[in-house]
Ligand binder design. Structure first.
Ligand code: BGC
Ligand code: ZN
Length: 367
């Protein structure tokens, strides 16, 4: 069967690979789920892997099959599988457990080990192929009514984790009741975080470079949040008008913005960093000022990566709530379908060159 792969360490090596079709029996204990892949989304992580800035091939292979944002239909299950059946729509978690205590309690998303195993990213083949098989533990059912949001389940799980971790951590304050949030970045994580925070009743300002009106500003407005183009207004301008935020979700992909945003968080606030910055950038920061304000304001900075099964479930519930609250808005994120696995060059071209392509995904098969 065909797959889209790269040779990690070699820039721009995206190519078509050939692999045997997996079988349910490949997973021990009767827990295998065989999935026919329907759609796979790609994001900045795939771009960085193809740029040879990130990612590793599985042991014994000189290539890595890409794709970690999966959507498919169950074709067959092992005898021990209960929660999904053939014909169900599913997505799949990305990270697989190592051996730390966190991995052993089902929290590989917070593994304490330096080496992590992620399908389509690090040391494990991904889902950009015609079929995959995995342990039932990692396969997450998608309600049929969310079929049209398909590949957003995985990025949504990352946004759901980021927000959930912020609320979890803020239990330190006993009575935290956030009213105002800033989201920096309006890529998929920024937009989905905006959605989640609106569903939680916060006033949200979402910052991105592009001048409004544009697709991002339209989606932000349709979610009842305020879009701010940083070409026109700065974080400080909005602080002057609306006050300092209780919560910041940082999702620009820029470490410079991540540090800059630290200067405007409100007292007792929490900031979550989600950007994976593969480069070597350095910036000058007003360190005394940030330091004293963080100490005197009891502020918290949190990093958040990946998502476990529970975050997928929260994310899928929020997609459902989002659909009934803001009908037809979320699907506007899904801008650029690519037809078929053999169109891998077009997939990369859109991902790298098309600045208006908010979400690129491959239509692998009908279903
Ligand atoms: C993926 C996460 C992953 C992270 C780091 C992101 O693009 O969505 O699942 O943990 O990259 O590799
Ligand atoms: Zn991703």
């Amino acid at each position: 069967m065909k797959a889209i792969a790269v040779r990690p360490g070699r820039p721009n090596s995206v190519h078509l690979a050939d692999l045997p079709k997996p079988r349910v029996e490949d997973v021990p204990g009767g827990r295998g789920v065989l999935v026919r892949v329907l759609k796979v989304g790609v994001d900045a992580t795939d771009r960085e892997i193809n740029d040879a800035l990130y990612g590793n091939a599985p042991p014994g292979f000189d290539f890595l099959v890409l794709g970690h944002e999966s959507f498919g239909i169950v074709e067959a299950i092992g005898p021990a599988v209960r929660h999904v059946r053939p014909g169900d729509y599913v997505t799949c978690t990305v990270r697989r457990p190592g051996t730390s205590i966190y991995d052993r309690i089902g929290r590989s998303d917070i593994t304490s080990e330096e080496i992590y195993y992620e399908r389509g990213i690090n040391l494990l083949h991904g889902f950009l192929t015609e079929y995959y098989v995995d342990d039932a533990e990692f396969v997450v059912k998608m309600p049929v009514g969310l079929k049209h949001l398909h590949v957003l389940a995985e990025p949504m799980s990352c946004a759901a984790k980021a927000v959930q971790q912020a609320f979890e951590a803020q239990r330190r304050l006993q009575v935290w009741d956030p009213k105002l949030a800033f989201v920096t970045g309006a890529g998929q994580i920024g937009l989905l975080s905006t959605l989640i925070l609106r569903l939680r009743g916060l006033e949200v300002f979402t910052f991105a470079r592009g001048a409004a009106p544009c697709l991002k500003s339209e989606i932000v407005s349709a979610l009842g949040a305020t879009y701010v183009s940083t070409k026109e207004k700065s974080l400080r301008d909005i602080v002057a008008a609306a006050g300092k935020p209780d919560l910041i979700i940082e999702a620009t992909g820029s470490s410079a913005v991540a540090f800059e945003s630290m200067e405007i968080l409100g007292h007792n606030g929490v900031e979550v960093w989600t950007s994976i910055t593969g480069g070597q950038r350095r910036v000058e920061v007003p360190s005394d000022n940030v330091n004293i304000n963080w100490v005197l304001g009891n502020k918290l900075l949190l990093g958040s990566v990946n998502a476990n099964r529970r975050h997928f479930e929260i994310g899928i519930s929020d997609l459902a709530l989002g659909e009934v609250t803001y009908p037809g808005v979320i699907e506007r994120i899904l801008t650029n379908p690519v037809s078929g696995i053999t169109n891998f060059n077009e997939m990369m071209r859109l991902l790298v060159e098309d600045k208006d392509a908010l979400k690129v995904y491959v239509d692998v098969a009908e279903g």
